[in-house]
Design a protein around this ligand. Structure first.
Ligand SMILES: C[S@@+](CC[C@H](N)C(=O)[O-])C[C@H]1O[C@@H](n2cnc3c(N)ncnc32)[C@H](O)[C@@H]1O
Length: 293
């Protein structure tokens, strides 16, 4: 299966790809202590997408704010890193036409299943750093703090692509963690979390390891009960950049966008999420778009 690798701890994968670095040191230690054999999955491929759906799918954070932006938008909306459609689906159900782009066909397949053959949604498997569509959009969105999947060079390419696809006066909206949530993303830690499932909540070990002097974080999840029995354990993994609203605002203005408005997003769980909205300012403000991370 795509995105899946079976391994003994610290060894080469069955698909020939060396994935050393996809497990945190704490997760390796837990695996070694339990004798469990890890089956490592990218969070956004294959079985990882089922887990993502359980973990994040029901989360309504950002939806109210995105729908408010959509109400002020003419024409179709571009949802980048749309994934399983957490943001796309309510947009479409509210009467908007949406183009949903994601690198992972597996993630988009959840969206296609939720809105089968829907005339108002177009799903495109593409890299948000490198895509070209005929249309220009009044609203381009990157929800769920997904800009953190891109490194600095990738974000530069993204900004240029967004600019090319924005209609005159169009709005670019993106989210990032703020406040206490941002502080939690900046330290290595392990904790047990509860993940909703068909038979109720299940405990999972969540492990986060800071890398590159705190500029990136490697995250793993594994079902706690699997870690105890010495059998096979699925470990979901992802690597993300650590970004603040200030850094993104600087990058956006450097790339030629207006200074973004930054507003807190109201969430059910009280998470600190910030919504940045900006428009194309018409010029680069001084060639700052290639700063390092
Ligand atoms: C945190 S999920 C967000 C999904 C969805 N927007 C949501 O709100 O739940 C991040 C998504 O980014 C996608 N992704 C990662 N790198 C990408 C890239 N270079 N281009 C497009 N999508 C990418 C992943 O496949 C995943 O679906």
């Amino acid at each position: 299966m795509k995105g899946e690798v079976r391994m003994s701890v610290g060894v080469r994968m069955s698909n020939g790809v060396r994935m050393s670095g996809s497990l945190t040191a704490a997760m390796r230690a837990r695996l070694e202590a339990s004798g469990a054999v890890p089956r490592v999955h990218d969070l956004y491929e294959g079985a990882g997408t089922e887990f993502y759906e359980r973990l994040v799918g029901p989360d309504r954070a950002e939806i109210r704010e995105v729908l408010a932006l959509a109400r002020r938008t003419e024409g179709p909306i571009l949802d980048l890193a749309a994934g399983s459609g957490r943001v796309t689906i309510p947009l479409v159900r509210s009467g908007n036409r949406v183009t949903a782009i994601d690198l992972s066909d597996d993630m988009l397949s959840h969206l296609r299943r939720a809105l089968p053959e829907h005339p108002s949604v177009e799903c495109i498997v593409a890299d948000m750093r490198d895509f070209s569509l005929a249309h220009r959009y009044g609203l381009v969105i990157i929800g769920a703090t997904s800009i953190t999947v891109l490194d600095r060079a990738g974000r530069s390419l993204l900004y240029a692509n967004v600019r090319r696809h924005l209609a005159d006066g169009g709005v670019f909206a993106l989210t990032v963690a703020g406040g206490a949530a941002a502080a939690e993303l900046a330290v290595s830690r392990e904790l047990e979390i509860r993940v909703p499932g068909p038979d109720g909540d299940e405990p999972y070990l969540f492990s986060q390891q800071m890398e590159e002097d705190g500029a990136a974080r490697l995250v793993n999840w594994a079902r706690s009960s699997d870690l105890a029995d010495g059998g096979e354990v699925t470990v979901l993994t992802s690597r993300l950049r650590v970004l603040s609203a200030e850094v993104l605002a600087r990058e956006l203005t450097g790339a030629g966008f207006a200074e973004p408005d930054v507003e807190p997003v109201r969430t059910h769980r009280g998470d600190d999420i910030l919504l940045l909205t900006t428009t194309w300012a018409g010029a680069h403000s001084g060639g700052e778009d290639h700063a390092s991370d």
